[in-house]
Write a protein that binds this ligand. Structure first.
Ligand SMILES: [Zn+2]
Length: 266
């Protein structure tokens, strides 16, 4: 019995070994969005039982690493692999927030212009393709495939599942704040600064391939009788062969473009 008690009673040294590490996170910009009610005006306190990578500390508070552009630990810029071994104050900045530190180490430096979207974002994908932006999309794609495409093709993963953005293999990504497709489209244009590369009506809305001009006689077999009479200019998808012309659907798409432009310009 004595032996058992001895085994179960921790020694003084044991308690010293597991002295918890206290970390305080301070977030800037719109990162408070991810902290929800656990945050006190962008501040969160955490206790760690052992040395932990700063990426894991940040994500344990609900913020995907893809949303972080600059990490300062006790005032020093670090990357995601940095190990937190002692009490620390961790400051987090999102992309687009200026911070005057000559030695700063920005983490979202690459200009990403190609995307992969998760399976619930069909309307956003259609808007982005309408603007000419390259977005891979398969409504049936599983998480594993989305992560693989983002990683292998250097695409930014667009999703409303923050767990997906926490995979280390996902280097670039964005968590859509809004549930409204028009607002989501504007969020993506702003976050990735896409204003200068937009090329409306250049990409297939169905399959993402580029469109090319097509002569009327080459596509006439795919046209309805009235379209054959009234339209002379056509574009055809280089991927799936879908034919586009400026019919009634075109007017609707133009209206959609105007809505996006009006909101983007705000
Ligand atoms: Zn197509």
């Amino acid at each position: 019995m004595q032996l058992l008690l001895n085994t179960l009673t921790p020694t003084r040294e044991f308690w010293i070994d597991v002295k918890p590490i206290s970390v305080r996170l301070l977030v800037y910009g719109d990162l408070g969005f991810f902290l929800g009610s656990s945050s006190d005006r962008g501040r969160v306190e955490r206790r760690l039982s052992e040395k932990t990578s700063v990426k894991d500390v940040i994500e344990s508070c609900g913020i995907p690493h893809t949303e972080i552009d600059l990490i300062l630990v006790n005032g020093q810029a670090v990357d995601f692999a940095y190990a937190v071994t002692g009490d620390a104050e961790i400051e987090l900045y999102p992309p687009g927030i200026q911070y005057s530190n000559s030695r700063e180490k920005r983490l979202q430096t690459a200009a990403v212009t190609e995307f992969v979207a998760d399976g619930h974002l069909g309307k956003l994908v259609r808007d982005l393709r309408l603007l000419g932006i390259d977005v891979v999309y398969d409504p049936a794609a599983e998480d594993r495939l989305l992560v693989k495409v983002a990683s292998n093709e250097n695409r930014a993963l667009l999703t409303r599942d923050r767990r997906l953005l926490m995979y280390a293999a996902v280097q670039h990504g964005y968590y859509l704040r809004s549930q409204n497709p028009l607002e989501q489209t504007v969020e993506v244009l702003q976050r990735f600064d896409l204003g200068s590369i937009l090329s409306p009506f250049s990409r297939c809305l169905l399959c993402n391939a580029l469109l090319e001009p097509a002569e009327k006689e080459k596509v006439i077999g795919q046209l309805e009788p009235l379209t054959r009479i009234y339209y002379n200019q056509f574009r055809r998808c280089t991927g799936c062969g879908q034919v586009y012309w400026s019919g009634s659907h075109f007017t609707k798409l133009q209206k959609r473009l105007e809505q996006i432009r009006a909101k983007f310009g705000d």
